[in-house]
Design a protein around this ligand. Structure first.
Ligand code: CA
Length: 486
């Protein structure tokens, strides 16, 4: 959720767990030294300002931070050097795991979703698509204390006026009794809860759907889902319309990507566009614009007004496309294929979260200290990837985790103790030892889930110890000796 460009970063880097940067050298500034006396004087001024007139003194004082949080200023000024490619962005947000979680959520919340659909006119899968992309179906909410973040942003650096309003709104939410103070945590910029609303959006659009008197978007799923539907409805959602669909462009066709330039479906039919499978464009969209996320060579889409309501959630076309695509796959209840009909114009597509976890485990096994295995390619993982690439002459050493790098590293590293798959916790960063490990256990090309101690050994040949790759419920990849019967 965002209302300004700032909370795009909040959402993507904190809630969804992505970063825009595609290289290890993204420019993350140092955390600044912030004067606490300056901070406290600022808070005194704010408390008496008109922006905080709706906030009681007791509320203000109860949640007044004792010191600023410099890390949010660091995040505010984080300027990644490169944009993420659209295929990297989509492959993480719309992968098998998220589709399966969405199908399960649809079954679990079927009755609630039906009631929401009849009250707001928003299709259940569209609500689920937003929920899945925003907070991974309520699993990723952000942990930064909101009052500390918003107070700091209200007193230092750019955009103070905007954040002062959000700080006051956050205090009003607690004052109203909607959200428990301890639940007021979220992204560095103040988006919080299962819908990742900013406080101002909460006050405008959050609803109490279960009727307990509180709009609890942190702990109450019906409240969160209904608030999402209310958001889409208020932004112009058209009941019964699809968001759009993937299309096929005729040979020789040229157009710029322009979602906002909406034309009738008959116009697009006359231009020679069809559905991606070649069949005639259906008549269920009143008007649609052409979206070409990767130019003429990649997947093409016609998108209607409902796509625009997804866009208004976060002001990013790639983000809206993730919601749209996830919604479709949840509707079809099919997680087996998450690609579009037309391939992305790349020979090195993006990876799923499971593949991100594989890479992280392999980096740990090779001695790179990247913290834990969480399936999120953040700065630490990216830096380690770049170091790994440099040490092995992999070009370009860009820190990007794509399919090619996944194949390269998962085929060439294994745990230092394969029986138990314990990651090494030190920081050896010693290419020599990692290389030896790479030579010791090499992936069998015939079976990607089986490793052998001999590069070209037959799977059944005696004298070779063979391992099977097991992915545990926690996502950690382990190698287990096959001859031990596991
Ligand atoms: Ca409620």
């Amino acid at each position: 959720m965002r209302l300004t460009p700032l909370s795009t970063l909040s959402l993507l880097s904190m809630a969804v767990g992505l970063s825009f940067a595609s290289t290890a050298q993204a420019a993350r500034p140092e955390a600044p030294n912030l004067s606490n006396s300056e901070f406290q004087q600022c808070l005194d001024r704010l408390q008496n300002s008109s922006k905080f007139s709706g906030v009681n003194n007791s509320t203000f004082n109860n949640y007044r931070p004792s010191q600023p949080d410099p890390s949010v200023i660091q995040s505010l000024n984080y300027q990644p050097e490169f944009q993420k490619d659209v295929w990297d962005y989509l492959s993480v947000l719309v992968d098998k795991e998220r589709v399966e979680d969405g199908i399960q959520a649809k079954r679990q919340w079927r009755d609630t979703l039906r009631q929401i659909e009849s009250r707001y006119g928003v299709k259940a899968e569209h609500v689920l698509g937003v929920w899945g992309v925003e907070s991974n179906f309520g699993q990723t909410l952000g942990k930064k204390p909101l009052f500390e973040s918003l107070a700091t942003l209200s007193c230092f650096d750019r955009r103070q006026s905007y954040f002062q309003g959000e700080y006051a709104n956050a205090l009003k939410i607690v004052q109203n009794g909607d959200i428990a103070p301890n639940d007021m945590t979220g992204s560095w910029a103040g988006a919080f809860g299962q819908t990742q609303f900013m406080p101002s959006t909460f006050l405008e659009l959050a609803v109490d759907f279960d009727g307990d008197g509180r709009r609890d978007l942190v702990n109450n799923v019906p409240d969160a889902l209904a608030s999402t539907a209310n958001f889409l409805d208020k932004r112009g959602y058209r009941t019964g319309e699809p968001w759009g669909y993937e299309v096929k462009l005729p040979n020789g066709f040229w157009a710029a990507s322009n979602r906002k330039d909406k034309k009738s479906i008959s116009h697009w039919r006359n231009q020679g566009l069809t559905l991606a499978n070649g069949s005639t464009l259906p008549s269920d969209l009143s008007s649609a614009g052409l979206l070409l996320p990767a130019g003429m060579e990649g997947p093409a889409f016609l998108v209607g007004k409902n796509f625009d309501t997804f866009y208004s959630y976060n002001a990013s076309e790639n983000y809206a496309l993730a919601i749209a695509h996830l919604s479709d796959l949840i509707t079809r209840e099919d997680s087996s294929k998450t690609d579009f009909v037309t391939a992305w114009p790349t020979d090195d597509p993006g990876i799923s979260r499971q593949q991100a976890k594989d890479i992280q485990q392999a980096l740990l096994n090779a001695g790179y200290d990247i913290g834990g295995v969480d399936g999120i390619i953040g700065d630490n993982t990216r830096t380690a990837i770049q170091q790994y690439q440099s040490s092995r002459g992999i070009f370009p050493a860009d820190g990007r985790a794509g399919q090619k790098f996944h194949r390269a590293i998962v085929g060439n590293t294994a745990p230092s103790n394969p029986q138990f798959g314990q990651p090494s916790n030190g920081q050896p960063l010693n290419p020599a030892s990692a290389d030896r490990m790479g030579q010791l256990i090499q992936q069998q090309t015939s079976n990607p889930n089986t490793y052998s101690t001999q590069p070209s050994a037959q799977p059944s040949s005696a004298g070779n110890t063979r391992y099977r790759r097991i992915t545990g419920a926690d996502g950690v990849v382990k190698l287990v000796r096959i001859d031990e019967g596991s």
